[in-house]
Write a protein that binds this ligand. Structure first.
Ligand code: NAD
Length: 385
């Protein structure tokens, strides 16, 4: 008998670790009577995490991140009786309203991605907040100065070695490569690719383009990291030379203003610019749109590509408006299911630990406890054998 099955089902069935965790949580019910507020990309893999938390007894109030909310995911979650405030938007003010709405529900635990929810809770604290998790490097950087105000356990998933190598290195590399192909349908062979940032995400990105027969350069402001890139066999030209020569420029630093209007004079005719960092500020797209040297912009709306034509006849292209390319443009798939299954299982186990008060305020903005890393790694290897 043939049956129409959905993408959400495909992803849910592919998240084997989360499925096993949900089965366990159905028995142990670690979140019974608790509300979890989430601010993380609303796409099918997140559904698998949210359903796992719900299997553990949680009431969920959810929003997404800027530009990555998938309406079909929202529709599905609502059909399951989960409260979702998110709309698909690139407007920070509208997005902020949905974050405020989540915190207004006074969740007992927060699952944050970029520090949005905890930043609000630091300003307007409430008694029942036990703590929670933060997914990203960017969130950690943002929340560290708020540590004294927060004074509650916040486990940073990004600082788990598993997240670092499974998602940031291997999966971001693959999905940035896949996104370049998906947006442009252009080849990678023989292309000069410059990767800005040689952290975990940059390492994977540089490696994937090299494996796809591109000529890859790396720019990193930290000389020690740049040396590592050099010893890994990448060229490490001076920054401006790397911009000048690139057919494809990829930013994955986590910092703003990596490629700016000052580079308009340098960018090669026909170059493609894309960002993989969390915030859409690494490439100054808004400033490009306003710049006097930009005489025309062609927007290939359905493909998420903008072409900027410059006064001197050169042109260059920006993918996904400078938002994280692997979650933008046509049919954005994000990172591989396996990498997210690992990262989200760390999330579920860390929230379980905070819910059960297994960690105290001394664990404010600290890495995932080592025993949780070991449990998750062993479970994945058992399934792979
Ligand atoms: N697209 C995704 O799916 C995805 C997944 C995980 C993380 N991220 C995001 O990617 C970004 C990078 O994450 P990471 O884990 O690799 O971070 P990281 O801190 O390990 O590495 C960032 C690197 O960028 C370098 N850098 C900083 N400023 C620079 C500049 N001006 N020029 C050149 N290099 C510079 C730093 O020296 C560092 O080596 C973050 O914003 C993170 O949130 C995205």
């Amino acid at each position: 008998m043939e049956r129409n099955a959905t993408r959400i089902e495909w992803i849910g069935n592919s998240c084997r670790l989360l499925k096993a965790t949900a089965a366990e949580f159905e028995k142990t019910r670690p979140f019974e009577g608790l509300t979890i507020g989430t601010g993380i990309h609303l796409e099918p893999k997140t559904v698998a995490l949210l359903m796992t938390l719900r299997a553990g007894g949680a009431r969920l109030v959810c929003t997404g991140n800027l530009n990555s909310t998938q309406p079909s995911t929202v529709e599905f979650l609502r059909s399951q009786g989960i409260t979702v405030f998110a709309t698909q938007t690139t407007d920070p003010a509208e997005h902020h309203k949905s974050l405020e709405a989540v915190v207004a529900e006074k969740p007992d635990l927060l699952l944050d991605n970029g520090g949005d929810l905890f930043a609000i809770a630091a300003e307007r604290p409430y008694a029942n907040l036990r703590g929670g998790t933060e997914e990203t490097t960017s969130g950690r950087t943002r929340l560290l100065p708020l540590r004294e105000k927060l004074n509650m356990p916040i486990l940073v998933i990004n600082d788990s070695p598993i997240k670092q190598f499974a998602e940031n290195r291997h999966a971001v590399g693959q999905s940035m490569f896949e996104s370049y192909m998906r947006f442009t349908n252009r080849s990678t062979n023989g292309k000069r690719v410059t990767v800005f940032g040689y952290g975990a995400c940059g390492k994977g990105t540089a490696a994937c383009f090299r494996n796809a027969f591109s000529n890859v350069s790396v720019v990193d402001i930290d000389p020690v990291t740049a040396l590592e890139a050099h010893l890994d066999g990448f060229s490490t030209p001076l920054r401006d030379d790397a911009v000048r020569s690139a057919d494809l420029l990829v930013t994955v630093t986590g910092f703003a203003d990596i490629v700016t209007v000052a580079d308009l004079a340098l960018i090669k005719d026909g170059a493609i610019l894309m960002n993989g960092g969390h915030f859409p500020l690494e490439i100054s797209v808004a400033a490009f749109r306003q710049h006097a040297d930009v005489v025309r912009i062609d927007s290939y709306e359905a493909d998420g590509i903008e072409t900027f034509h410059l006064r001197d006849g050169r042109s260059f292209h920006v993918l996904g408006g400078g938002h994280m390319a692997n979650l933008a443009g046509p049919r954005p798939l994000g990172n591989s299911v396996e990498s997210m299954d690992l990262g989200f299982t760390l999330q579920a186990r860390c929230l379980d630990r905070v819910a059960g008060r297994g960690v105290g305020p001394e664990a404010c903005i600290v890495p995932v406890p080592g025993d949780i890393d070991a449990i998750v790694a062993s479970a994945y290897l058992d399934l792979a054998r």
